[in-house]
Design a protein around this ligand. Structure first.
Ligand SMILES: Nc1nc2c(ncn2[C@@H]2O[C@H](COP(=O)(O)OP(=O)(O)OP(=O)(O)O)[C@@H](O)[C@H]2O)c(=O)[nH]1
Ligand SMILES: [Mg+2]
Length: 356
């Protein structure tokens, strides 16, 4: 899972990136491959409990990556489409907005106006996607006039995209507000449009925390996807020795460092959960999407396990903890054999039976 830190120039993306534990660096990144990336551990106390039971050689938490993108200016500038295009490879977006004043940066807008900034950014993502849609439609329109192998398929794609464009432009709808059939949905998903990605908002302030519910409502987002943060304070705290951090966090009234808070917000807004695997070799957490099936979970580990899937021996972590150990859990009938289409729950401990 990779989240792109995006926003207007100077909104505090790199500062937030540093607060997440990324190496301190002020060079503006360029595109996807060259963007600095930090990998953040997903805190999960269940892993420690399992490690005590299994005494494994290795404990591997789930991780989430954050990439520090260059700023997207309001004006049409060279390079903006490239940045927008490369954002599409990420799984989610963290929109950093400026709610602080500073004289250290030459801003397009002299005064911070975080709500307008967030709205403008969300609009930019939409317009970037329209541009891609329109280009594709134009290309298809000439393509379908020639007899090619893909003519039928191209026609269908063109019909869908024209419908989408119409609803978006005439109907004023967002890409994620359209009512689409399964095939149309799959087609659209292939584009990995930025405006269809889950968004969390990092409201970068300097002591004047916003009313999260109000911000979320104004932006049409869920309350749990807005995260207030004091990036420069947290950047400094992250650079301290671990034993000094608590004191400073308390001083600034920060309950938990952003590194830990952002994971909860990202999990909620992207709709993720974790399943676990446990054994003497390794105790490990894996990130999947809520609603994923057992066979999809198997595929996270290895495509062979998904291909040769037979059954998944499954127990809820809470059931295992309540029983004390696996033997007692089995005696209490808490271990289930689940089939391919079983919907995996957060905290399921799974052992896949497969043959290839
Ligand atoms: N007061 C204050 N200043 C901040 C905060 N976050 C960032 N800054 C300052 O704002 C300026 C820009 O911060 P960066 O983190 O480099 O912003 P950026 O979004 O990475 O900028 P670009 O990569 O150029 O788009 C720097 O001078 C930071 O010190 C904050 O929370 N409070
Ligand atoms: Mg930066």
């Amino acid at each position: 899972m990779r989240i792109a830190l995006i926003g207007r120039p100077g909104s505090g993306k790199t500062t937030a990136f540093n607060a997440l534990g990324g190496a301190r660096q002020k060079l503006p990144g360029t595109l996807q491959d060259e963007c600095p990336v930090v990998s953040v551990e997903v805190p999960d106390s269940r892993l420690q409990w399992l490690a005590e039971m299994y005494k494994p050689k290795k404990v591997t938490p789930a991780r989430m990556e954050f990439a520090d993108y260059p700023g997207l200016p309001k004006t049409e500038e060279k390079g903006k489409p490239e940045v927008l295009a490369s954002i599409r490879a990420c799984d989610g977006l963290a929109l950093v907005v400026r709610a602080f004043e500073t004289a250290d940066y030459a801003y397009e807008e002299p005064k911070a106006n975080p709500l307008a900034e967030a709205r403008g950014m969300l609009e930019d993502l939409l317009f970037g996607d329209y541009a891609i849609l329109e280009k594709r439609v134009e290309k298809l329109r000439t393509q379908v006039t020639r007899p090619t192998k893909t003519q039928e398929q191209d026609r269908r794609e063109l019909t869908t995209l024209e419908k989408v464009l119409h609803e978006v432009i005439e109907g004023g709808k967002r890409l994620n507000q359209l009512e689409l059939g399964r095939e149309e949905e799959m087609l659209l998903r292939g584009f990995r449009f930025a405006s269809q990605k889950p968004v969390l908002v990092l409201w970068n302030h300097s002591g004047n925390a916003p009313d999260v519910a109000v911000v979320a409502k104004e932006l049409g987002l869920s309350t749990e996807s807005v995260l207030p943060l004091q990036a420069s304070v947290e950047e400094e705290i992250a650079s301290l020795a671990p034993e000094d951090r608590e004191l400073f966090l308390a001083e600034y009234g920060i309950a938990q460092p952003v590194r830990e808070r952002i994971i909860q917000v990202a999990y909620a807004s992207i709709g993720l959960c974790s399943f676990l695997t446990a054994g003497e070799d390794e105790v490990r957490a894996w990130t999947i999407s809520r609603g994923d099936s057992a066979v999809a979970a198997a595929g996270r580990i290895h495509s062979d396990i998904a291909r040769g899937f037979i059954r998944a021996e499954t127990i809820a972590f809470d059931d295992l903890r309540a029983a004390g150990d696996l033997r007692a859990a089995k005696a209490a009938n808490k271990v289930r054999l689940e089939a391919k289409d079983y919907v995996v729950k957060d905290g399921d401990i799974m052992n896949f039976r497969f043959s290839v």
